[in-house]
Design a protein around this ligand. Structure first.
Ligand SMILES: NC(=O)c1ccc[n+]([C@@H]2O[C@H](COP(=O)([O-])OP(=O)(O)OC[C@H]3O[C@@H](n4cnc5c(N)ncnc54)[C@H](OP(=O)(O)O)[C@@H]3O)[C@@H](O)[C@H]2O)c1
Length: 314
């Protein structure tokens, strides 16, 4: 098969479009014929991507791309719950080879794959799993966001931010988001009640007393966010590098977390997508052979949302 393969951490220049062996199908695996994969531009810097489950270093090259949409091609002898021909999508194990390839092997019993939302194309579906699960877990697992609460989403036009704005709005919260001036009207159409241009305005000059801040940016955005949270409120961060956890006497609390696969949440997100209550935002679709352009700090995209690699041409 053909695959995009990384030869060293953090070096997108060393990503090559190679002929590679097809993945081994373990007894509890399914083999997915990949139609599209979602790109996390910083993935080659994730330490976990270069380690096995037991923390031993993996032998390069490795295949990136841990969001997949595709069709089940084969089912391992002990794998249950999937049949050849099922359309699936999911956020898949970062310690194994990923979906920037014609085929990927995925464990069937770890909640990584769910039925693909039927109204979505494969590229639209591939843009969902990691970003949407992260937004969902931040708002609902780590902060228990309630209707009528006020939430500030930093990076509202990003992969995670576009879902966070939509989920918070769906839950009935008042949503304030930061974005570039270019993306302001887009983020407002997604459901933000207020959008702040992060280059032109210091958010703390116009926002106060929010129940929750979701920080997808980090650095001084994280530290400045403290001043806009009401006593008892939450600062939930996913930014890299990890900021410290923090507890204040007035009940404000900061947490950082790493997203995990969750099939029940993915199915619920799929329902919202199929019902048209939430949209998948794809900024660009590149062919797999040009996938290296989507990785690394210099990777450019033409608008809000995620870059997706088209593997099967749809
Ligand atoms: N911990 C976890 O489990 C987890 C999960 C998913 C992602 N992440 C990490 O979270 C971060 C965000 O992920 P993502 O996929 O949403 O990234 P992304 O798609 O690159 O989005 C980031 C967004 O933030 C905007 N931005 C940049 N600087 C800003 C600032 N100072 N204030 C407000 N917005 C700003 C960017 O706008 P411009 O276009 O103007 O630059 C962009 O729209 C990444 O570092 C990613 O690695 C962590």
């Amino acid at each position: 098969m053909f695959a995009l393969r990384a030869y060293a951490p953090g070096e997108p220049a060393r990503l090559a479009f190679d002929e590679a062996p097809s993945p081994d199908l373990g007894p509890r695996d399914v083999l997915v014929r990949v139609h599209a994969s979602g790109v996390s531009p910083g993935e080659l810097d994730w330490p976990g991507a270069w380690l096995d489950h037991d923390a031993t270093p993996r032998v390069p090259p490795i295949v990136p791309g841990h969001e997949v949409a595709g069709v089940i091609e084969a089912v391992g002898s002990d794998a249950t719950g999937f049949a050849v021909g099922n359309e699936v999508f999911g956020y898949i194990d970062v310690h194994r080879d990923g979906a920037d390839a014609e085929y990927v092997a995925v464990r069937a019993d770890t909640g990584e794959l769910a039925p693909k939302p039927s109204r979505l194309t494969h590229p639209e579906a591939a843009a969902v799993p990691l970003s949407a699960l992260t937004a969902w877990q931040a708002l609902f697992d780590h902060a228990d966001l309630q209707p009528d609460q006020r939430v500030l989403v930093h990076g509202g036009a990003g992969g995670v931010g576009t879902f966070a704005v939509q989920f918070a709005r769906w839950r009935g919260a008042h949503v304030v988001a930061t974005s570039s001036e270019r993306d302001r009207s887009f983020v407002s159409e997604l459901g933000a009640d207020e959008v702040i241009d992060y280059r032109g305005t210091r958010f703390e000059d116009t926002v106060a007393e929010v129940d929750l801040v979701l920080d997808t940016v980090g650095g001084d955005t994280w530290s400045r966010s403290w001043d806009v949270i009401r006593p008892g409120g939450r600062l939930v961060s996913i930014a890299v590098p990890r900021p410290p956890d923090r507890d204040e006497a007035d009940g404000r609390r900061a947490v950082w977390f790493v997203v995990r696969p969750d099939v029940r949440q993915l199915v619920e997100i799929g329902r919202l997508l199929d019902a048209g209550l939430v949209r998948s935002i794809v900024s660009d679709i590149l062919p797999l052979a040009r996938g290296a352009e989507a990785y690394g700090p210099g990777a450019r995209r033409s608008g809000p949302g995620k870059v997706v690699l088209s593997v099967a041409g749809d």
